[in-house]
Design a protein around this ligand. Structure first.
Ligand code: AMP
Ligand code: MG
Length: 420
C-alpha cells in the first residue's frame, strides 16, 4: 500500500489490529489477576459448597420426624448436638433427635433438613445461649429444606472459567473459593511512551518563552494505565532524528510491546518522527481521513509496533483512543475492543470537513432518549473541552453538515451513572 494514501479510520484500525496479537501468559497472585484476561481455563479442583451445610440458624432435623409440626402442634425433639460453622460434629441424628446448627455449619449425618430458629420455641439471642435439652418444632419442613448441597454452585472437575474471561471481583471470589492462589493471565502490555518536540519542558519546570509543558507524555501514559497496561516513559526527544532514535531504541531494549509517540509526524520542517520510522523501513501508513488527527504514523520500529500520534494534545488523545486503545486491549487478550456506543440526537447544528470527525460532547438522557451537545471549542489544542466530555460524537465520513435533530453515534469514553 502506498504510504501516502489517506485511509479511512476503519481501514487504518483494521491494519493496526492485524499487526498486534495477544501477548503471552504469566502466572500472577490471585488479586493481581483483577482486570486481566484468563489465558487458560480454570477447572475446579473442589466442589462448591464442599459439604452439605445449613442455610439458616436453626435445628437440623429428620424431616420425617416433624411432618405433623405446625403452629398449634409442636413436635418435641431431643437436642443431641450443637454445630457451629467450622466445627463439624460426629453425632448422627437418630429418630426423634435434632441438632442446633448455625448458618454454614455442616449438616450432621442422619439429618436431611433444617428448621429455622424462628419456627421453634427457642428464639436464641447471643452466642452463649445454653443448648436446650429439647426443642419444640412448630413447622414441618420438607426433605432438603434450608440445606445447601455440595456442588450446587460448582462441581469438582467442572470448567468454571474459560480462557478469554475478564477477571472482575466476582471471578476473584470464585477463584479464592476454589483455592486458586495463582492465576494464568495474559501479560500486561508494556507501552513505551515518547513525547517529541523542542518546545517541551517537564511538568515541574517553570515556563520559559516559547516553551510548553509536556502534557502528552503524561496523558498517553495515563491512557495506557487506564487500560491496565504498563507505561514506560521514554521521556522527551528534541526534534532531532538521533534523539528520537535513541529513545525508541531504549524502549525496544526494555522489551516494550508497543511504541507510542506524539508529534513530529506532520509535514513541518522539523517533523522527524516519520523520517525516523521511514528510515527504519517501518511505515505502514501515515495519514488517516480523521479529525482530529490526520497525520498519524503507524508501522514498526525494529520489529515493535509503532504508533506515531499527532502532537496536538486532543488529537493525540483521540487518536490514541481510536487506534492505540483497541490495539492494547487486543494485546491484553480482550475480545471486546470498542467502547460502548449509543445513538444520540444532536441538539445543535454541526459542521465537519468531510473527514470522519470525533467531536467532544456530553451525552445525557431526556424524554427523547440520548441527546448530545458538544463541549465548546473543538480546537485540537483545547483540552478543557475533552475534560468536560463524556463522549466522542462521530460525524461520518463525507458528511459536512449535520442539522440539529439528527442522530449520530456517540462513543462513550465514560459510562456515567447519571446517564445510564
Ligand atoms: P507537531 O505535530 O510537532 O507539529 O505538534 C503539534 C502541536 O502539538 C504543537 O503545537 C506542539 O507544541 C504540540 N505538542 C507537541 N507535543 C506536545 C506535548 N508532548 N505536550 C503538549 N503539546 C504538544
Ligand atoms: Mg513539533
Amino acid at each position: 500500500m502506498a504510504n501516502s494514501e489517506l485511509l479511512t479510520v476503519a481501514e487504518a484500525l483494521a491494519i493496526v489490529l492485524s499487526r498486534v496479537a495477544p501477548l503471552d501468559e504469566e502466572r500472577v497472585p490471585l488479586l493481581d489477576a483483577l482486570g486481566r484476561v484468563l489465558a487458560a481455563p480454570v477447572v475446579a479442583a473442589d466442589s462448591l459448597p464442599p459439604f452439605a451445610n445449613s442455610s439458616m440458624d436453626g435445628y437440623a432435623v429428620r424431616a420425617d420426624d416433624i411432618v405433623s409440626a405446625g403452629p398449634q402442634s409442636a413436635v418435641l425433639l431431643r437436642v443431641v448436638a450443637d454445630i457451629a460453622a467450622g466445627r463439624p460434629s460426629d453425632v448422627a441424628l437418630t429418630p426423634g433427635t435434632a441438632a442446633r446448627i448455625m448458618t454454614g455449619a455442616p449438616l450432621p449425618d442422619g439429618a436431611d433438613a433444617v428448621v429455622p430458629v424462628e419456627d421453634t420455641d427457642e428464639p436464641w439471642r447471643g452466642a452463649d445461649r445454653p443448648l436446650p435439652e429439647r426443642v419444640a418444632i412448630r413447622r414441618a419442613v420438607g426433605h432438603g429444606d434450608y440445606v445447601r448441597y455440595p456442588g450446587e454452585d460448582i462441581r469438582a472437575g467442572q470448567t468454571v472459567l474459560t480462557a478469554g474471561h475478564v477477571i472482575r471481583p466476582q471471578e476473584i471470589g470464585v477463584l479464592a473459593s476454589l483455592g486458586v492462589e495463582r492465576v494464568t493471565v495474559v501479560r500486561r502490555p508494556r507501552v513505551g511512551v515518547l513525547a517529541t518536540g523542542d518546545e517541551l519542558i517537564d511538568v515541574g519546570a517553570p515556563l520559559m518563552p516559547g516553551k510548553i509543558r509536556n502534557s502528552n507524555g503524561y496523558a498517553q501514559a495515563a491512557q495506557v494505565r487506564a487500560l491496565g497496561g504498563e507505561a514506560l516513559a521514554l521521556g522527551v526527544a528534541g526534534d532531532r532524528e538521533d534523539d528520537v532514535r535513541a529513545r525508541l531504541d531504549a524502549g525496544v531494549a526494555a522489551g516494550v510491546d508497543l511504541l507510542v509517540s506524539s508529534a513530529g509526524v506532520s509535514v513541518g520542517a522539523y517533523d522527524v518522527v516519520k523520517a525516523v520510522l521511514d528510515q527504519a523501513g517501518g511505515v505502514v501508513f501515515w495519514r488517516v481521513r480523521m479529525r482530529p488527527g490526520k497525520p498519524l504514523a503507524f508501522g514498526a520500529y525494529r520489529g515493535v509496533p509503532f504508533l506515531g500520534l499527532p502532537g496536538n494534545p486532543v488529537s493525540a488523545m483521540v487518536s490514541f483512543e481510536r487506534f492505540a486503545r483497541p490495539a492494547i486491549l487486543k494485546m491484553a487478550g480482550r475480545r471486546e475492543l470498542e467502547r460502548p456506543n449509543v445513538e444520540a440526537i444532536v441538539l445543535e447544528d454541526l459542521h465537519s470537513d468531510g473527514r470522519e470527525s470525533y467531536l467532544r460532547a456530553v451525552v445525557s438522557r431526556d424524554e427523547r432518549g440520548y441527546v448530545a451537545t458538544t463541549t465548546g471549542s473543538q480546537g485540537s489544542h483545547i483540552m478543557t473541552s475533552l475534560v468536560q466530555a463524556n463522549a466522542l460524537l462521530i460525524v461520518p465520513e463525507g458528511v459536512t453538515a449535520v442539522a440539529a435533530g439528527t442522530t449520530l453515534r456517540a462513543l462513550m469514553i465514560d459510562w456515567p451513572s447519571d446517564v445510564f
